[in-house]
Design a protein around this ligand. Sequence first.
Ligand SMILES: [Fe+2]
Length: 289
Amino acid sequence: MPYTMSIQITPFYHQDTGTWTYVVNDPSCNHCAVIDPVLDYELSSGKASYQSIQKVIDFINAQHLQLQWILETHAHADHLTAAQYVKDSLGGKIIIGAGIMDVQQHFATSLNLDIPIDGSQFDILVHKGDTLSLGRYEFIAHPTPGHTDDSMSYQIAGHIFIGDTFFHPELGTARCDFPGGSAEKLFSSLKFLIAFPEDYCLWLCHDYPKDREPVAKTTVAEQKNNIHFRQSGGNPEAYAQLRNERDDSLQVPKLIYPSLQVNIRAGQFPDAEPNGCKYLKMPFSVDKP
Ligand SMILES: [Fe+2]
């Protein structure tokens, strides 16, 4: 089969949040999927915009592709999803792991949100081994929890979109200190991913380069040398200790509260209040002296 007929993957890098969005298509037909679309959001003004995701939509239109699936690897805490805008613009169904219900439960309680916590904002909740067809290929859903409860990796042929599990091999792995996070679970997910053949491509959810171009694609062989694996000697207890100590030093992501309030609604915004304006909540507390 000529190369041009194999599956096509086009990455788009969102500079402000270091996030990769992917368009995946089978060139033998016009069907495509979008993975982890990002909304532009300015924290200080509370303004969202569509400049970045519009480039992805323009690409899909220019290629005459028909969108089937909008895949979320998890409810992100560092950026707002553009899934609803993509759906409104191009159609398709929004997919996330069934663990989203646990994430909704937590944040609906902690932020006192009056929202359904049954995942009904999404079109399909996927479980282990569920498949979604894309032309001659199919996505297979693989739960890879640890960063969050709803974390799902999506395999298609020899490619896996791994969400927040491995980062660039020199940067390590995803944090595990969000509600439902677990370094022990993430270690099991990492082991699951590197059990695939060494030439399988592991596509990153993020990259945060300091003095190089951002990297989207890694391989199983490369991730076997991931710095956090090397530092922990591949030992689960040592990995958990390393991960937890590192997480203790990390700050809360600056977009966590706006992100979660939009992302657990599958990209829909809160209802307008009686004055016609929409608001996002921010918890407030005071450290006693
Ligand atoms: Fe994340």
